[in-house]
Design a protein around this ligand. Structure first.
Ligand code: ADP
Ligand code: ADP
Length: 209
């Protein structure tokens, strides 16, 4: 299964990906996670990305495209992968298409998690993750277990200001790539509002159908 999860910031892509990779036995490739790891390690790539990420802007295509194309060429992606947060621009979608075509493979599905802008800020500002495991929580919608308060971290870009910038980028750069996947007949639109279990059931039904 070669698939993409797309949707606005805070739509639940990371939450659903973590649940789905076990079912499909494919690696979860999150460009946000890869970039945050590079920032933490202080690599050249991380240094190039840090400022864009803090401001809620997109990291330049030339930085992200190389990183993903290299990653999906690895052995563990031979049977498939779940891309989360990539592609996010038209050039990224074109580069992915070229790379898959050159490898003689194609995408099976693109899942679009739909959540209204009005719900996004609350999801983003309440997001916390476990510093060691990366497990994603929400202070209200998916509260962390008691006793791990000192292990919870908030992303630097999960402020209301950066969230608004990210939503704008989503509408101007990312949403326009969706019709391309529609034209390939592999787009699956899924309502991302409701309990995570309910959303997961919808995604699985969409992938099965
Ligand atoms: P994305 O990867 O699309 O940015 P996340 O999976 O990190 O989104 O989810 C954003 C925030 O919303 C997290 O705090 C997460 O716990 C919460 N969340 C995820 N799915 C749902 C849902 N179905 N309903 C309410 N909150 C959710
Ligand atoms: P979200 O929860 O908003 O979906 P991600 O964790 O996927 O966030 O991404 C966080 C930030 O990393 C983005 O706001 C952007 O700065 C950068 N980023 C992640 N993926 C990409 C990409 N494919 N192209 C450009 N920038 C990206």
């Amino acid at each position: 299964m070669r698939m993409i999860l797309v949707g606005p910031p805070g739509a639940g892509k990371g939450t659903q990906a973590a649940r789905l990779v076990d079912t499909y036995g494919i690696p979860h490739i999150s460009t946000g996670d890869m970039l945050r790891a590079a920032v933490k390690e202080g690599t050249a790539l991380g240094l190039a990305a840090d400022d864009f990420m803090r401001k809620g802007l997109l990291v330049p295509d030339e930085v992200v495209i190389g990183m993903v194309i290299e990653r999906i060429a690895k052995d563990d992606c031979a049977k498939g992968f779940m891309l989360d947060g990539f592609p996010r621009t038209q050039p990224q979608a074109a580069a992915l298409d070229d790379a898959l075509r050159a490898a003689g493979v194609s995408l099976d599905a693109v899942v679009l998690l739909e959540v209204d802008d009005a719900l996004i800020v609350e999801r983003i500002t309440g997001r916390r993750s476990h510093v060691d495991t990366g497990e994603i929580y929400h202070l209200k919608f998916n509260p962390p277990p008691a006793g791990i308060e000192d292990k919870l971290v908030q992303r630097k870009d999960d402020t209301e200001e950066a969230c608004v910038a990210r939503l704008q980028k989503y509408h101007s750069e990312t949403a326009p790539i969706v019709p391309f996947y529609g034209s390939l007949g592999i787009l699956r639109r899924v309502d991302g509002v409701g309990a995570p279990d309910a959303v997961q059931a919808r995604v699985q039904a969409a992938l099965a159908g």
